[in-house]
Write a protein that binds this ligand. Sequence first.
Ligand code: ADE
Length: 355
Amino acid sequence: MSIIADDENFIKQSVRKNPVIKAESIEFDKNFENSIRPKSFDTYIGQSALKETLKISIAAAKKRELPLDHLLFYGPPGLGKTTLAGVIAEQMGVEIKITSAPALERPRDIIGILMSLKGGEILFIDEIHRLNKVAEEILYPAMEDFTLDMTTGKSQTVKTMRLPLPKFTLIGATTKAGELSGPLRDRFGIIHRLEFYTEDELSQVITRTAGILNIEIDKEGAHAIARRSRGTPRIANRLVKRVSDFALVKYDGKITQEVANSALDALKIDNYGLDSTDRSLLKLIIEKYDGGPVGIETIAAAIGEDVRTIEDVCEPFLLQAGLLQRTPRGRKVSPETYRHMGYKVPQTAEQQNLF
Ligand code: ADE
């Protein structure tokens, strides 16, 4: 697996968790993530319906001796879109080249990558909704006819060249399927949404990761971490490491329910898995805006986060947990948010049944 460009979203999330995080520790976290990535469908936990359809698509492509159709994965960050692309490459027995749309700024970036591909290989583009118009237009004939249309010269002397490309599979990943242009979306043969993980699935991910890292953990300890991992394996895996540090320094090294709960309390991760940014967002809407609605820009400015981080990283889980709602007039909270945050539910919220 070759990583061509940085997974910017990943870095954004790391920095969000710890704004003073150093470059080396981002690199360390990334190496850690790569070292525990499952390589086969058997070791990839969760997303079972998706796995079954992918296995069929892969078997059919192999029978036809053709590359797999272009695939689009969408869903919140950290659910394993890159990991799944790696598993697909492994099952197809081909190389995968990984990049992300913000790294494909100039036409030559995307042209260079396309020309470096060999027959059957997989090109993975993360955050594909952020691809610029020029790069998108280079991709259309590449995806459709495996050709590269290049123009040389200026105005009157402009010449178009059509170069053949080897047949390849594009796997696109996005947290925002709605922002993908129609023509690009239409060129993907297979489109799948990744779902949040259940507590059971996350606890299997945690047990597997602990095994790889030689960390002792019992069933209750794994569940205690899973419960506060926001349905997201990337978060679960990071918490295993943090809790393990805590277990080693303050206890005998083994992660039990008690150790996990006290470590997570110390890390200020609450029963829903919310961290301090999530809580300050909800607190703001409750205290300053009577439960909302309030515009996302106002929220971002007040809590000192950028709009994109709030939309891509905080909101998907808050929405799915029923703690936040998006309305045309802005974001608002639910009676459950009041209860979870330790506030008395105002009568109006209960009466209006905000949700
Ligand atoms: N680590 C991250 N995602 C995973 C998954 N789906 N299964 C196993 N380990 C993982």
